[in-house]
Design a protein around this ligand. Structure first.
Ligand code: MG
Ligand code: MG
Length: 276
């Protein structure tokens, strides 16, 4: 049920079909991701930030999900740090306490000190080795996906959350992205993770993972903020709506009351499941 809610494809980007086929083969994907999440909270590195073409300003889908995951890790008694681009780091500073740089994250993965890597809406390289926007424009940026590639090699568990096909983790369903997402052959990420969480909006994917982790851990870990309040903070720092490419009171082109509604539904479903 939670997986269904977060995969409502109201942006009509093709992720709905990707999800349905993925789910048929991996019915418990969200539960399995949540199990890995709950078991590995000691030292979690959360990666977020998707630069939007052509300004390369990061978008506001991803950061809210990252903040929700960060809070859930803390409430489970663990420690989280966020790895992101400098401008998004500044914007997220009022919302999370621990940030980590590229070099430190590399070291944590190489030394096996990181217990879990999670990506929420972060670019994954395509077959040509480059990053692309959903419209197929090349993004000349230095991504964080190499960390996930190395984590897979060193045995650090990885979770990837995405909503379009060009994100870290979507390599798990590359064939489906190529089949169902416009320009899929060009933009599809090749970067694989242990657990892929698909979603209609990546923030919802993170909220869904937190909801499922709540059910597993017996306490409601979902954030109580109003979407409007958090987006206003990000807006202040010039973080943009990724679909519109400009600062606005929306995420992925979808008004904030819809996001609020999805989060409220997840909270109510979680409360119901916790009572059973
Ligand atoms: Mg996306
Ligand atoms: Mg998105």
């Amino acid at each position: 049920m939670i997986a269904h809610i977060i995969n409502t494809d109201i942006g009509r980007r093709g992720i709905g079909r990707v999800y349905l086929e993925y789910r048929m083969m991996n019915y418990d994907f969200l539960k399995e991701a949540a199990e890995t999440f709950v078991k590995n909270v000691e030292n979690v590195v959360i990666v977020t930030g998707f630069p939007v073409y052509p300004s390369l300003k990061p978008e506001n889908d991803g950061p809210l999900g990252a903040v929700a995951l960060y809070g859930a890790v803390e409430r489970l008694g663990g420690r989280a740090s966020v790895l992101t681009f400098d401008d998004l780091k500044e914007a997220m500073s009022p919302l999370v306490g621990n940030f980590i740089g590229r070099e430190e994250a590399d070291r944590l993965v190489a030394d096996g000190e990181a217990t879990l890597l999670i990506s929420v809406e972060s670019p994954g390289r395509a077959r040509d080795g480059r990053y692309h926007s959903m419209k197929g424009c090349r993004l000349d940026i230095e991504g964080f996906d190499d960390l996930f590639i190395r984590a897979r090699e060193s045995g650090v568990p990885t979770i990837g959350i995405g909503d379009g096909g060009n994100e870290i983790g979507m390599g798990n369903v590359r064939g489906l992205v190529e089949k169902y997402v416009p320009r899929g052959e060009k933009i599809a990420s090749t970067v694989e993770v242990d657990h892929l969480v698909t979603s209609g909006v990546s923030n919802w994917g993170a909220y869904g993972l937190v909801a499922e982790a709540s059910v597993l851990s017996g306490k409601n870990l979902l954030p109580e903020w109003r979407e409007e309040e958090v987006v206003r903070i990000l807006n202040y720092f010039g973080i943009v709506d990724g679909v519109k490419g400009k600062v606005d009171m929306s995420v992925d082109g979808i008004p904030l009351d819809v996001h609020e509604g999805v989060k409220t539904l997840l909270r109510r479903v979680t409360e119901h499941l916790l009572k059973r």
